[in-house]
Design a protein around this ligand. Structure first.
Ligand code: SAM
Length: 244
């Protein structure tokens, strides 16, 4: 296990170097939430989040305008998520993987190449532009099959997936509990889910525990808090659950 972890970390550093050559990070002023071309669109979306009336078409448009991986990739966060996946999920028993809100499939591509060789890795996302962004540029991206779909209506059968991943996507759902119940519907008994989302962000707070337990048991529960100078607070939640 120790040598598997060590090899995975070494491969990840190489992956991060290749990735950064393809997608150099942009300065904050050029983020879609800041730059003039997309500022209004994102502002409108964030106001919808604050008033809890999120329209899917606006989420899709916001991510279609400027794919996330083209401006921001936090490798420290990706590395932490990778290590938690290795430490808390028995990957030997995983055959079918689905990532919800996979976007450009950054960690999914790395996992498909280095951790999940010969397993089926699927991704769904609302934004076609996000799904295309990494094709031919992210090492291993060709190993992830993707389709455009809404996380609230996943296009796979009941109990058909061994591992669900979802990185930083579920907080965009108009109906967050519905997204959690879809994940539990598609997971087989004994299957795992690795979920990260902003439990608190843009004035919205999400309750997850009552929508998971007792049907799922929580294996890992961590959070990180960021306080912004304007008084806003973000709580990033990281969960590993298993369906009982
Ligand atoms: C912050 S990005 C994260 C992308 C990717 N998981 C990552 O970590 O780089 C959020 C993603 O969630 C997707 N998303 C938001 N709402 C969704 C929904 N209802 N169904 C599917 N995807 C959704 C967006 O299109 C976007 O690609």
């Amino acid at each position: 296990m120790r040598s598997f972890r060590k090899t995975a970390l070494r491969n990840f550093e190489e992956f991060a170097r290749d990735f950064s050559r393809a997608f150099p990070s942009l300065p904050y002023e050029q983020y879609p939430t800041r730059c003039p071309e997309s500022f209004d669109l994102w502002n409108h979306l964030l106001n919808q989040v604050r008033s809890r009336k999120i329209e899917l078409k606006l989420v899709q448009a916001a991510y279609d305008v400027f794919p996330y991986c083209n401006y921001k990739t936090d490798f420290d966060l990706l590395r932490t998520n990778l290590l938690r996946i290795i430490d808390f999920i028995p990957l030997d028993h995983i055959e079918r993987v689905l990532s919800v809100g996979c976007g450009s499939c950054v960690l999914e591509s790395f996992m498909a190449t280095c951790l999940l060789r010969d397993r089926l890795v699927l991704g769904v996302d609302l934004s076609s532009r996000m799904l295309r962004a990494g094709v031919g540029l992210i090492p291993g991206r060709e190993l992830v099959r993707v389709t455009k779909a809404d996380a609230s209506m996943l296009p796979v059968g009941d109990a058909s997936v061994d591992l669900v991943l979802s990185f930083s996507a579920l907080h965009w759902l108009p109906n967050f509990p519905r997204g959690l119940s879809e994940i539990q519907r598609i997971l087989r008994q004994g299957g795992y889910a690795f979920l990260t989302f902003n439990e608190v962000g843009f004035g919205r707070e999400l309750e997850w525990r009552s929508h998971l337990e007792p049907a799922a048991s929580v294996v890992l529960n961590e959070h990180e808090v960021t306080d912004y100078p304007n008084g806003d607070r973000k709580v990033y939640r990281r969960l590993v659950i298993t369906k009982v």
